[in-house]
Design a protein around this ligand. Structure first.
Ligand code: UD1
Length: 390
């Protein structure tokens, strides 16, 4: 990506994305960096952790992300192999492009892999969405978050509790900047273009009668290994969702991991297609439209917990914990775990109009990326004055 007159003291800002939840975070950052004056040169690197059209290209289009300058095409593998492969392929880029810093977002394997490579080569790293903690080390993302934050140089947080988490891990406040939530920048950007739910169903070849004749519908997403990788757990969750669907029709956007496991574990018969519509992974604008029109969203996604709070739609999180407590304290989110009775009670309350009403958290205002760009420039300029580029 070329810019007019970038600051000659600084190498390009190398922005990294890898998996689906990274794209909505990076899109507003790239726009804010492009609009920043003085200009900063930028490079967009896609690790290729997610590669299907549905999981990657479609989101690039919806979010108006530029084509990546470099795609490392790592693909799927075990955590160790995927992380190692990103590291191996990312390292030469730092020698070739000599970036002033690497910007990583979120908590996926690509986030940690590129952070490790950069810091070991003395390239500073900025981590956007730092300090979130579920305190559940069985989640691969929790390991990625802790390790990334420990070694990254500049940490941008989405909520005030994140700084307390970082302080508990010995990270001092001078490395941290409370910038707000870039995910919400994308909601603000995308909301006016969100796709009509009936059109989304039609485009997927599903008769939209299900939504037309019902007085509401729920949206479901599930992809956490803890929910979908064990046959008994997945079966029990699908049974509970079947009971929810008998009260309120459901639209279930299936992650490839979940679709694969439903088939592998022989669970397809648990889904009543007259009450529960299965869709492939959805684009950003389709998902935004589906969520905005929903009575309730049932999910184990971190991003959806935040997006539903921003949209004011009740969210039931099918996990025991969340790294995004502000969505529970101030937003529309309730942690229901996998408890059948709790899920059904919460759904009944929402259908009866007793759903949780939240408010918008501080600095979830659509301008987080601008604050990040402004801070990043100041921080990089101060570093460049101390250690000029040779
Ligand atoms: C990853 C992230 C998770 C994030 C999620 C969003 C890590 C540790 N996990 O989990 O934090 O919430 O993305 O989707 O980084 N697959 C495809 N096509 C693709 C990508 C994946 O079919 O484009 C299938 C493959 O079978 C793959 C499986 O999905 O093995 C899981 O993909 P992977 O990237 O390993 O993890 P996610 O579960 O997507």
């Amino acid at each position: 990506m070329s810019v007019t007159d970038p600051d000659a003291r600084l190498g390009p800002v190398m922005c990294v994305v890898g998996a689906r939840p990274n794209f909505m975070k990076m899109a507003p950052i790239l726009r804010a960096l492009a609009a920043h004056r003085p200009a900063m040169a930028m490079l967009l690197v896609h690790t290729g952790q997610h590669y299907d059209k549905d999981m990657s290209d479609k989101l690039f289009e919806d979010l108006r992300l530029p084509r990546p300058d470099i795609n490392l095409e790592v693909g799927s593998a075990s955590h160790a192999v995927q992380t190692a492969e990103v590291m191996r392929r990312f390292e030469p880029l730092l020698d070739a492009h000599r970036p002033s810093c690497v910007v990583v977002v979120g908590d996926v394997n690509s986030t940690l892999a590129c952070t490790l490579v950069a810091v070991k080569k003395g390239v500073p790293v900025a981590h956007v969405e730092a300090g979130l903690r579920s305190y559940d080390r069985a989640m691969p993302e929790e390991i990625n978050r802790i390790l990334t934050d420990q070694v990254a140089d500049r940490l941008y947080t989405t909520e005030r509790s994140a700084q307390d988490n970082l302080a508990r891990e010995g990270i001092t406040a001078d490395r941290v900047c409370f910038a707000g939530n870039v995910m919400i920048d994308s909601v603000v950007f995308g909301r006016t273009h969100a796709r009509d739910p009936a059109q989304t169903l039609q485009a997927c070849g599903v008769a939209s009668g299900l939504l037309k004749h019902a007085s509401g519908y729920g949206v479901v997403t599930l992809h956490r290994p803890s929910n979908v990788d064990h046959p008994e757990t997945l079966r029990a969750l699908l049974e509970t969702l079947g009971e929810v669907a008998s009260r309120l029709p459901l639209v279930f956007a299936l992650h490839p991991r979940t679709r694969g496991n439903i088939e592998k574990f022989g669970c397809t018969t648990l889904i009543d297609p007259t009450r529960m519509v299965l869709l492939p992974p959805q684009g950003y604008l389709e998902m935004l439209g589906l969520m905005a029109g929903a009575t309730v969203v049932l999910t184990d996604s971190g991003g959806l917990q935040e997006e539903t709070t921003a949209l004011g739609v009740p969210c039931l999180t099918l996990r025991e914990n969340t790294e995004r407590p502000i969505t529970v304290e101030q937003g529309t989110n309730i942690l229901v775990g996998r408890d059948r009775a709790a899920i059904l009670q919460a759904v009944d309350d929402i259908i009866a109009g007793r759903g949780k009403r939240g408010r918008m958290p501080e600095l979830w205002d659509g301008h987080a990326a601008q604050r990040i760009a402004a801070d990043l420039w100041q921080w990089l300029s101060a570093r460049a004055n101390q250690t000029p580029r040779i």
